[in-house]
Design a binder for this molecule. Structure first.
Ligand code: IMP
Length: 424
């Protein structure tokens, strides 16, 4: 059976948790493929509000095996805490499978991120301070520690000793901080290892077997395309690759397995942290979107920057991910606007771009070219079919499809499962 990739198409916070939860119904395995506990999924299921950061939202379905694949960076303290929270809501968590190849977020990653972001001053990226960047940097530098290292005390100690020598030199000599104690880290992490052990599996073999047995696999990305390390607005990005291609590298399956690539799209755009955002609205309309959409970060509580729908960004996301369909979220937030704006291109130095400008500096200076479109005044959160929506709302969805050239398969008008309206 083919696999489905589900990912964010903007700067994250597109409502992936809700969409993944909806799509997970027909799946047997749900795989998280990158990022760490910098992501935050809020899921409302059967009246329960759950905030998931590392665990795939498929955990809520008893028939689904949730999997954390190689490309995710894992803070073991956080994972165990999250498992505990989910367990306390009455959900059985023993089905979780964790790859032994995942890199660990270590205490020095958190410490180093704090001091380096402070050091950058007004040039700081505004990261989530979860140690994500430093952990991926060590992975690339080949000095990272992995989940599997936790199960060999000698190796764990040896690797930690080597890496801590360098990290402590940086912390003490460069940043004037206290050094971290190797023994204390070993003691804590080996204790956590015992608790993690039952979940650790060869996830690539598990997925291969599942696909061969005709089971449905969904690969779930965190953050969004514009935060991708290679394809996003570098350096204002996260340190992993949310794009579809990476789902395969992380899960360890081949491209022929993938049939659907679902892009999660918010009906307007938000961004947290620094970096270019051409359709940002700093006026009343942006404020209104933020209030109606409750645009505050799940992880850091930061207020999200808000703006109009950007078809250039979505066309780009459709191209780099090979999107086959769109899942449009938070359409209800746009109720009450008589007219809406959609960005169809950018103007930079008198030149018009319909695609992302080829140089980052041009993108920084991009002025949106807007078209106006009729909105709708009534609330739409009680709509249960696409046809229930007012003419303006349907027109808005159809215009997005036209501008991007990818069909919208589901429109979401609220956080609950029954507020997802399938089209066609
Ligand atoms: P990091 O992922 O913590 O390294 O942060 C890098 C950038 O990605 C910052 O601008 C963060 O605000 C942003 N970011 C990371 N995770 C998320 C997310 O789940 N939603 C939205 N933005 C995110």
């Amino acid at each position: 059976m083919p696999a489905t990739i589900v990912l964010g198409t903007q700067w994250g916070d597109e409502g992936k948790g809700k969409a993944v939860d909806y799509l997970a119904d027909g799946m047997d395995l749900v795989v998280r493929y990158q990022g760490g506990n910098n992501a935050g999924h809020t899921v409302v299921a059967e009246g329960r509000l759950l905030k998931l950061q590392l665990i795939p939202s498929g955990i809520l379905y008893p028939h689904i095996t949730p999997v954390i694949a190689d490309g995710v960076v894992v803070d073991p303290r956080h994972l165990l805490k999250e498992l505990d929270e989910v367990r306390r809501t009455g959900v059985e968590v023993s089905r979780l499978r964790l790859s032994g190849n995942c890199h660990l977020i270590m205490p020095y990653h958190l410490e180093l991120e704090k001091v380096t972001q402070r050091f950058l001053g007004r040039n700081a990226l505004g990261t989530t301070k979860r140690g994500i960047g430093p952990a991926y940097a060590d992975k690339a530098a080949r000095i990272g520690l992995r989940v599997q290292d936790l199960f060999d005390e000698r190796i764990f100690r040896e690797k930690l000793e080597i890496v801590l020598r360098e990290k402590n030199a940086i912390l003490t000599k460069l940043y004037g901080r206290l050094p971290l104690e190797g023994d204390a880290i070993v003691e804590e992490y080996l204790e956590l290892a015992g608790e993690l052990r039952p979940y650790v599996t060869d996830t690539s073999a598990l997925l291969h077997g599942a696909l061969r047995a005709g089971r449905h696999v969904m690969l779930e990305g965190a953050q969004g395309t514009m935060l991708d390390l290679d394809k996003g607005t570098y350096p204002f990005v996260t340190s992993s690759n949310p794009v579809a291609g990476y789902a395969l590298a992380s899960a360890g399956i081949g491209p022929k397995e993938v049939e659907r690539v679902v892009g999660i799209v918010k009906a307007y755009v938000t961004r947290v942290g620094a970096g270019p955002f051409p359709t940002e609205d700093l006026g009343e309309d942006g404020e209104r979107l933020g209030v109606r959409g409750q645009e505050f970060g799940t992880v850091t509580g930061r207020k999200r920057r808000c703006g109009w729908f950007d078809a250039v960004v979505l066309r780009y996301a459709a191209r780099v991910n090979g999107l086959t369909e769109l899942f449009l979220t938070k359409l209800d937030v746009l109720s009450g606007f008589e007219r809406l704006r959609i960005c169809t291109g950018y103007r930079v130095d008198g030149q018009t771009f319909e695609d992302l400008p080829p140089h980052q500096s041009l993108f920084h200076r991009a002025e949106p070219v807007y078209e106006g479109i009729d909105g709708w005044l009534e609330e739409i959160d009680d709509a249960r079919t696409f046809e229930d929506l007012p003419k303006g709302a349907r027109g808005y969805v159809r215009r997005i499809e036209e501008l991007v050239g990818v069909p919208v398969s589901v429109v979401s008008v609220g956080p609950a499962r029954e507020q997802s309206l399938p089209i066609g």
